[in-house]
Design a protein around this ligand. Structure first.
Ligand code: G3P
Length: 214
């Protein structure tokens, strides 16, 4: 299973990367705005740090403008994936970019039928948002199970990238379902490494180590 970091903050991306937790990166306009830096500069900086795929989102909403922006983003580095919001105009752009060999990630996916359209358009990645579904009292993880079943039924190659991860159980459920990738905030990645019995065990071993003769 691949782990991406859901962040535009180069410092936390470096920290996560040094721990072996970064197979790729996802950004969005909200995350980039938090850095206070220019979009292109942020993507360049991340691509210089990470070898895996880096999703950079277009801001436009019409096919022509999305394509223009997508070509600019794709020029930054070979590992850039053009991230396109789910909409009919976006699917036209995805189909064209895919035919030209440019990688795409369709974001803001909330239903299995949206995901099916994304796979049919030939996107590289599809990003279902589980946390935002949970927020409106809908089971986000059941969307992932349905997508897995549909993609396997027809052998679609589009990879399921679970997004809007809020806590470790989202990661566990994604792994059990067989999602290809999860994109995780750094804080949640750190939570994956923690267990109170591990902390208790380390403290006990340190205490007992004092009793060993020199
Ligand atoms: O990258 C998009 C996604 O992960 C957003 O997460 O927490 O804003 O719903 P969130």
């Amino acid at each position: 299973m691949q782990f991406y970091i859901d962040s535009a903050d180069i410092e936390e991306i470096r920290q996560a990367n040094s721990r072996g937790w970064v197979d790729g990166v996802t950004t969005n306009p909200t995350l980039v705005a938090k850095t206070g830096k220019r979009h292109m500069d942020v993507i360049k900086e991340i691509c210089a740090e990470v070898k895996g795929l880096v999703s950079a989102e277009v801001i436009s909403t019409t096919t022509d403008a999305m394509l223009k922006e997508g070509y600019e983003l794709a020029k930054i580095a070979d590992n850039v994936v053009v991230k396109i919001p789910m909409c009919e105009e976006g699917l036209i752009a995805v189909k064209k970019l895919a035919a030209e060999g440019i990688k795409t990630n369709v974001t803001l996916v909330f239903s299995p039928l949206q995901a099916l359209l994304v796979a049919k358009a030939g996107a590289t990645l599809v990003s279902p948002f589980v946390g935002r579904l949970d927020d409106i009292a809908t089971d986000g993880m059941s969307l992932i199970s349905q997508m897995r079943q549909i993609f396997d039924n027809y052998d679609y190659q589009t990879q399921i990238l679970v997004a809007s991860i809020r806590h470790p159980v989202h990661v566990l459920d994604s792994a059990l379902i067989g999602a290809d990738i999860v994109t995780i905030p750094f804080k949640v990645m750190q939570q994956l490494a923690q267990h109170p019995l591990t902390d208790k065990g380390i403290a006990q071993f340190l205490k007992d180590a004092q009793k060993m003769p020199n």
